[in-house]
Ligand binder design. Sequence first.
Ligand code: SF4
Length: 460
Amino acid sequence: MLSILDIFRIGIGPSSSHTVGPMRISNRFWRRLKSRGHLSETARIEIIYRGSLAFTGVGHGTLRAGQLGLLGFKPETLDSDAAEAALKFLETDKSLVRDQYKISFDPKTDSIFDYEQAPDLHPNEMEMRAYNKVGKCIYSRIYYSTGGGFTASHQQLSKPAPNDTVSVGGKTVPYSFGSAETLLKLCAQENITIADLILANEAVRRPQKTTLSRLDKVVFVMLAGIERGLHTRGVLPGGLKVARRAPDIWATLQGAPGANEREILFDWLNVYAMAVNEENAAGGQVVTAPTNGAAGILPAIIRHYCCDDQAVPDFAKTRVFLATAGGIALLYKQRASISGAEMGCQGEVGVACSMAAGGLAAVWGATPEQVASAAEIGMEHNLGLTCDPVGGLVQIPCIERNAIGAVKAANAARLALHGTGAGKVSLDQVIETMRQTGLDMSTKYKETSQGGLAVNVIGC
Ligand code: SF4
């Protein structure tokens, strides 16, 4: 059973699968070489990116991320200035200096995009190779970046651990569930909310106080991302010349001659979501929720519905919101995927919308059935959503898509609260439909930038 803290990872933009995952993978490979005693005979390291990592790797900053991982940087603690200095040194010296070893790595020739060989088990494949001084490959390993910053080795993906909804690190969770149906049955049986159930499962891993303080930290990082995005002007990196829009919308809202318009709600949710996603596109710090590309939806809902006018969070609300949304994300992760390269954008923005809708319904006092209904509605109207980022960057359509997703999430929660939770379509059914739709979707629309807006908007 995964932890909700695996869903909410603090990291850097622009992509959890193409930035956070590759950084963690190359770091993991280095540690593996070290634990197996290979570092002393390693003269050169090579990274080969395949599938979606190759097709949209440039725009998503994948090469930099892979190099930073080899240099020992971690997404959660990355210091941007130190990272820039380390990359500059790598570019000139063409070597990795770490753990008292100096190993050759030329960023230009040892980072390879392989467009020919199709990935084996997942569309985001990375092969890491270590060579000795006579050019013989002494150790290699294949890994996958499976979305939301999650990673897996070839071995882990080919033989998934059995019974993985029952235990955490060898300890049995009190409430094992692998479907929304079981989750709701357990809530009814114990007369508890989804958030209570999730937090009880988390307590197997660590003291409750620690879980809550980590969830509070997630909130702080989300809100800080909004603040930076609201006040940073300029053009986003990557060559598309996309201007940041959140500061201007924010300034208009502050003057707000039209503050009494009914549609003002859209503006608030839009500006918060866009602020986060503009920060993400600029490589700033965000929280995967469940991915970087979809990182703006949950913070927008938190800022608008769980904070006061000064943006001070009400932790009683944010904890319920994140625990519930995290529990919903676990269902998508267990039963389908949260990877844009596997599911298209329905697996990123669609899942974030579903999580936010369920979480917000819980904050508004919905029953577990109504929460599941909100999550179902949040996904049902994102089914089939493709991933076709222009220029391979996480900007168009991603930034606006988060704004739309946040508004849609609030609407889904409202709709669910008008019902009893007994809809015609269950949350399990919509998750399975998303999975099947993702499998049927052409690769062109799954984070390869080979179809849709990515080919029709090449001139911008
Ligand atoms: S279109 Fe959606 S899935 Fe694709 S990169 Fe943008 S946010 Fe991620």
